[in-house]
Design a protein around this ligand. Structure first.
Ligand code: WT7
Length: 652
């Protein structure tokens, strides 16, 4: 499939560099290169000593741990024998530190209703829910599926599980009955928590009906707890199985102590919306994950007590787990939570929220940034965004031109951008700029965080010239690493630990530049081999996006008798006609930007690109479309199936 050297040819040159604004640097938590280098060197050279101190300083321990890290690849145990509780760390620990009256959650529903919860109030709600779960027979090790809208009750339900040692499995509320049933069955879930309905772009979606359909095929589920959110009439409730939240949660006293749990007690399972194959249940455990989420949050987001922090993800993704719930709440942050769509009632909803709540830190995804660009600057211009001081990006590589727009239009050229690279499996951010010190480069996730030791290798596991790029592995265990795939040890070993023994295989390609900055080059499976040159999808895509007519681009390889593979590009455009002239212009543009080798052979105009529900472009499906094959494989994570039909119809 690929040449044995395993190298990737890097063609996109990006020389722009943005040092932190002096005002920002002055007040930053990490503000000198020395500070970072010391932390990094200590974590690498004295791993156990470093994490022992971190764990003792940043988590509450009911009982102290002994061994810091027991590592027999691929199995890690962290903080062996200690007892802690993630809900305690998020709530009680902050209350004990005097933050009881500080706002933990500031929530806005899609229809405009609002609610706030201080740390004390949040603990009361979590305790009530924990008590109700216990009454329903849920205890340590039981799996609870959560299929809910982004209301405060979603993090409340997660933290209630954590409080009693139940394992939550949050299922994004856009998934089908089939997907819910698959996940219930894979994890043998005992309880499902859901709501009557969900608001989406002004409409009400009947969540409970979907859950009922799933429950007909979920034999292990005994009970279903239902929150009233939309007040939908005639919600089907099955006697003996379904219970209203307001009947069993709201009636509890609000005192329910966190259960001391062993460090390695499973905290949650999260099914990855993986762009390949059947979803897998990624397992994270209590202490290591909690510590990783907290510390990476504090390092990367430069968190200060007066920040209003907004992560726009849904709790159904790892970003929501680590950077709406466990990271920021452990750090005592005030988090904005928004329930609905970014374009309801209008395309300026996000900017309206930033202005209204004086958001200081905004963490969102490249797919959202590209949508904002497409919707037009006028929606941004209506609002005062001067409260913002830091911006973040996660989920995919951000094309340099999208980065520039984010920097100028949203960040007013004063806010650092942290482009955070990580995965569901890594539990938290692995590589990212540190906003007080890193001179960022558009498109690079820059440098590894303390405790992260990357290695770039070829298919035989040998180190390659990192400047060329190859497969990205992580050479040392870190506290937030996945502990397994739930119920599938074999897949865990095969997927992550077989190709390069002893190192965690991320599945991404990356290169390291002359300043030691990392550039993620896309998934290993997405590499395009043109006449023996291995090209990264993101570089060709970024070249296309740098043309003013292109909003989004996805590039895949298709078979070519002569070159091995030819490059097929799918683009969405603005302000131009999708015609032959533009097609030629785009090909020339790529040729000029990065060279003849990378010039696309086909350009197809599309109304939208197929994406996972978490917003990632599904190149796997586009490969089938580009080569004229029938689309095969799992499409359950595709956001909008009609997109595929449209792509097939599209003239080539
Ligand atoms: C994959 C992980 C990270 C939480 C949300 C997605 C891609 C993610 C970046 C980035 C380039 C990125 C990688 C990674 N990815 N962030 N900043 N730059 N690529 O979690 O669904 O587990 O996806 O997303 O390919 O492996 P996920």
């Amino acid at each position: 499939m690929s040449d044995p050297s395993g190298q990737i040819d890097h063609v996109l040159i990006e020389n722009r560099s943005f040092p932190p604004h002096p005002e920002f640097k002055k007040r930053a938590v990490i503000s000198s290169d020395d500070q970072y280098e010391q932390l990094y060197a200590r974590a690498r050279d004295d791993r156990d000593g470093f994490w022992k101190e971190e764990a003792n300083e940043h988590l509450h321990w009911f009982e102290p741990f002994g061994e810091v890290c027991q590592w027999k690849a691929p199995h890690a145990k962290w903080f062996v024998g200690g007892k802690t509780n993630a809900s305690y760390n998020c709530l009680d620990r902050n209350i004990d530190a005097g933050r009881g009256d500080k706002l933990a959650i500031v929530w806005e529903g899609e229809p405009g209703d609002t609610r706030t919860l201080t740390y004390s109030e949040l603990r009361t709600e979590v305790a009530k829910c924990a008590a109700a779960l216990t009454q329903m027979g849920i205890g340590v090790g039981d799996v609870v599926s959560i299929y809910m809208p982004m209301t405060p009750e979603l993090p409340i339900a997660m933290l209630a599980c954590a409080r009693i040692g139940a394992i939550h499995s949050v299922i994004f509320a856009g998934f089908s009955a089939e997907s819910i049933a698959d996940r219930n069955n894979d994890a043998s879930a005992k309880l499902v928590i859901t709501a009557d309905g969900l608001y989406r772009r002004g409409k009400v979606l009947p969540l409970k009906e979907t859950v009922d359909e799933a429950l007909a095929k979920s034999p292990t589920v005994e009970k279903c707890l239902v929150l009233k959110r939309t007040g939908t009439d005639n919600v089907p409730m099955t006697d003996g199985r379904d219970i209203w939240w307001h009947d069993v949660v709201d009636t509890q006293s609000g005192d329910f102590d966190a259960v001391p749990l062993d460090s390695e007690t499973p905290l949650f399972i999260l099914y990855t919306s993986g762009s390949t194959g059947k979803p897998k249940g990624i397992l994270h455990t209590t202490a290591g994950y909690n510590l990783w989420a907290k510390r990476t949050f504090e390092w990367v987001f430069d968190h200060r007590d007066d920040d209003i922090y907004w992560c726009t993800a849904d709790c159904g993704w790892i970003t929501g787990h680590s950077y709406i719930v466990y990271g920021p709440l452990s750090a005592g942050a005030t988090c904005l939570l928004y329930e609905g769509a970014p374009n309801h009632p209008a395309e300026d909803r996000f900017w309206d929220l930033v202005e209204k709540y004086k958001v200081t830190i905004l963490y969102t995804a490249p797919t959202a940034v590209r949508a904002f660009i497409k919707w037009g600057d006028e929606h941004v211009d209506k609002h005062d965004l001067s409260s913002l001081r830091l911006l973040g990006s996660v989920g995919e590589g951000i094309n340099p031109e999208a980065w520039m727009w984010y920097h100028k239009k949203i960040g007013g050229e004063r806010c650092p951008i942290v482009d955070t690279w990580w995965q569901t499996e890594t539990g938290g951010i692995m590589m990212s700029p540190l906003p007080g010190i890193t001179a960022t480069k558009p498109g690079s996730c820059t440098t590894p965080l303390p405790g992260v030791v990357p290695a770039i290798v070829d298919e035989a596991g040998n180190a390659v010239d990192a400047q060329h790029g190859g497969m990205l592995c992580i050479a040392q265990p870190w506290p937030g690493m996945l502990r397994g795939i739930y119920g599938d040890e074999q897949r865990f070993v095969e997927q992550y630990w077989s190709m390069v023994p002893g190192k965690y295989l991320t599945g991404d390609n990356a290169r390291k530049d002359e300043d030691g900055f990392y550039w993620i080059m896309g998934r290993i499976d997405d590499v395009i081999n043109v006449s023996g040159h291995r090209l990264s999808t993101i570089e060709v895509e970024s070249a296309l996006v740098s043309h003013e007519a292109v909003c989004e681009a996805a590039v895949v390889g298709r078979h070519d008798d002569l070159k091995g593979q030819a490059i097929a590009a799918f683009v969405t455009i603005r302000d131009r006609e999708p015609n032959e002239e533009l097609r030629k212009e785009l090909k020339m543009h790529v040729r000029k930007q990065i060279g003849a080798l990378a010039q696309p052979d086909d350009i197809r105009f599309a109304a939208t690109l197929p994406k996972t529900r978490s917003g990632k472009i599904m190149r796997r499906l586009l490969r089938d479309v580009a080569s004229g094959r029938e689309v095969v494989g799992d499409t359950s994570t595709l956001e909008d199936l009609s997109v595929l039909a449209k792509l097939n119809d599209d003239e080539a």
